[in-house]
Design a protein around this ligand. Structure first.
Ligand code: PLP
Length: 396
């Protein structure tokens, strides 16, 4: 990770196919496009790769989550349970459909704690949205059982975990629907892009319409399409889809490299008794984009992250990060929106001005994640593993 590290002639070839025809839009222009349909081709490739019935591409992961929430009927007054540790886009999308985010604690999987989810259910709960952070999975059996028991929608934010799986099923394909991001720093990239996957045909058809002004896409003449619903424009362009098409073909190579490198880092760190690792509900399905670990004390984690950075290693200490953990989401806590929320949502958000998350804090303040890059050679990996061990030891 990230996929852009291996941008090469394959991506250039796919982009040139589109440049040659000059048709950058995914719909219509059947004659001049000369059989080039990159978005369609990438959708088919993803469905096949993940063994899912339907894929619909859009312009970003944020657009994918917004679109699929609308398609699943999540709207005003509905509560969506989501974790305290995620990227800000997770709550942005809930706001964008007018629904209410309900933040709950993560556990040592760095994803939704199923017990915290169950405790947060109210008569207004409509959906549970686990976020498969840093390339690996939430406890999907437990979350699925809760959603079945309370008849809730299970929507997977799998934006960071394309190619990862849980008990043999691709992340994103286990709940009612899943969303991926193909932005520039994700596992595979379209430069900018996103995708929705689902086995439910109705959800797919609604996503397809929502992301293109409500068009039903049933006729041959776009101008004569009917609009059974109001939609918006979250279309992906053919140029972006072309990049993704070359990238998805490299996914297995990416995963193989990441898993091999991560094992070397993890084996090295295992020699330090104070280190404990992020719990993976199915280790074999980890896409291995990151290695996550905990130290016994916050002060040690801070010192270790600083020592790693000083040694030239990347260290994400999420507890202090502005984008991925609730502690510094001042704009969220203060509802700093540019136009007013609906009254009910504004009222529901008041709680976050004061709410604390001591359980999440206790975990996140001791956690460090280090990314696994694709471009390192064997010697570099060995040296980095050594530096990692020395940096962590120096903090204990
Ligand atoms: C990247 C990301 C998104 C949003 O994807 P964009 O393509 O950048 O809009 C959503 N959720 C998570 C967890 C992400 O990491």
């Amino acid at each position: 990770m990230p996929g852009y590290e291996f941008f090469g002639p394959e991506e250039r070839k796919e982009i040139n196919d589109v440049l040659d025809t000059g048709i950058f839009m995914r719909y219509g222009f059947d004659g001049p496009r000369k059989g080039i349909w990159k978005a369609k081709e990438l959708e088919q490739a993803i469905s096949q790769k993940l063994n899912v019935a339907h894929t619909h591409l859009v312009s970003s992961g944020t657009a994918a989550l917004t679109t699929v929430m609308a398609a699943l009927g999540i709207g005003a007054g509905d509560e969506v349970i989501m974790p305290t540790f995620t990227f800000v886009a997770s709550f942005e999308c809930i706001f964008s459909v007018g629904a209410t985010p309900v933040l709950v604690d993560v556990d040592d999987t760095l994803t939704l704690d199923p017990k915290a989810v169950e405790a947060a259910i109210t008569p207004r709960t409509k959906a549970v949205m686990p976020v498969h952070m840093c390339g690996a999975m939430a406890d999907m059996d437990a979350l699925k059982a809760i959603c079945e028991k309370y008849k809730l929608i299970l929507l997977e934010d799998a934006c960071q975990s394309f190619g990862a799986s849980y008990k043999g099923k691709a992340l994103g394909t286990i709940g009612h629907a899943g969303a991926f991001s193909f932005d520039f720093v994700k596992t595979i990239t379209c430069a900018e892009g996103g995708g929705i996957v689902t086995n439910d045909e109705e959800t797919y058809i609604k996503c397809d319409a929502y992301a293109d002004h409500g068009h039903d896409h049933l006729g041959v003449d776009r101008g004569a399409d009917l609009h059974p619903y109001v939609g918006y424009n979250y279309r992906i362009s053919e140029l972006h889809a072309a990049v993704g098409l070359a990238q998805v073909r490299k996914l297995d190579t990416f995963l193989e490299i990441q898993r091999k490198t991560k094992k070397i880092f993890k084996d090295a760190l295992s020699a330090i008794p104070e280190v404990s690792f992020r719990r993976l509900p199915d280790a074999s399905g980890d896409s291995a984009t990151f290695l996550g670990f905990f130290l016994p004390e916050e002060s040690q984690a801070r010192a270790a992250a600083a020592a790693m950075k000083a040694a030239g290693l990347a260290a994400f200490y999420w507890f202090d990060n502005n984008w991925h953990y609730i502690r510094n989401w001042e704009h969220f806590k203060q509802s700093s929106v540019m136009s007013r929320f609906a009254p009910g949502l504004q009222q529901a958000m008041e709680l976050y001005k004061v709410k604390q998350f001591p359980v999440s804090d206790a975990l996140m303040s001791r956690c460090i994640c280090t990314p696994i890059n694709l471009g390192w050679n064997e010697e570099e990996v060995k040296q980095r593993a050594e530096k990692l061990v020395n940096a962590v030891k120096s903090a204990l």
